[in-house]
Design a protein around this ligand. Sequence first.
Ligand code: 11C
Length: 341
Amino acid sequence: MGYRIVVAGATGNVGREVVNILAERAFPADEVAVLASSRSQGIEIEYGDTDKMLKIQNIENFDWSGWDMAIFAIGSEATQKYAPIAAAAGCVVIDNSSLFRMDPDVPLIVPEVNPDAIDTYKRKNIIANPNCSTAQLVVALKPLHDYAKITRVVVSTYQSVSGAGKEGMDELFEQSRNIFVGDSADAKKFTKQIAFNVIPHIDSFLDDGYTKEEWKMMVEVKKILDPKIKLTATCVRVPVFVGHSEAVNIEYEREMSAETAQNILREAPGIMLIDKREDGGYTTPVEAAGDDATYVSRVREDPTVDNGLAFWCVSDNLRKGAALNAVQIAELLGRRHLKKG
Ligand code: 11C
């Protein structure tokens, strides 16, 4: 016997990936329900590369009882409305939005990093999935932190437009084409032209001058990995369709040589170390897109601080940053708490 699992927001960038990844990983599902708004009701979508087709159901009148778990990719506003209804009906919600991440009664999980934290999920029947830029970072930081405690992280991100949804991808495509043919490049989704440009602004501004995206990295790393880690971030949108990159600078309590870090990362779960100190001996977002791994390259010591280390890290933001991590949480939940068969 397998699970009855729901994907809410199955027509969006992340929801589509969730459906593909469930099929790809042969998630033990007896039944998969795909939900979206009434606009998409009745549309048929493929269950990955299988022959199976799934019909979109209207989330507004969906009956959540009898479903084991639901992966939500519908944004904070709709999550606020539907997650409590699903959770109260006994369907465990694995939520991609930022709504519940910092709720002390909701575990925020990256399975390679803090699997044990899932054990408190029953407090609300909700489990949160972190922000994409946090997920790949903690996968890389965790094994290094286990060896020599991290005290401070300075991270600069280079985030793809798919993080801003389909509208973000469409805007990069249309602006690039318009500029080529000499038309205007009006910004709609982003605050400035994104084609052939970079924008040092993701999500809304906070009073202290940081953006919410930067704040999320700071607080989520503390919640998932270690509240003692101090982190400062600068989050930048770049004209890349899929794949977030991060330049990471770390200070440790004790010495961490580049060679030790490379050896640790080579063995670490979820990490692919591609670090040849030669032309092209590193990974870029184009190569990471479509893959599950978090790629780490350019590992080197930082001689300007005590026990400093720097590296470059790239991952598919729609997969490890969102859909894959959510499916891994569903698998973890099944293994630890909702055993079937
Ligand atoms: C971006 N990281 O690239 C964002 C998208 O809190 O889940 C995901 C936002 C979130 O724009």
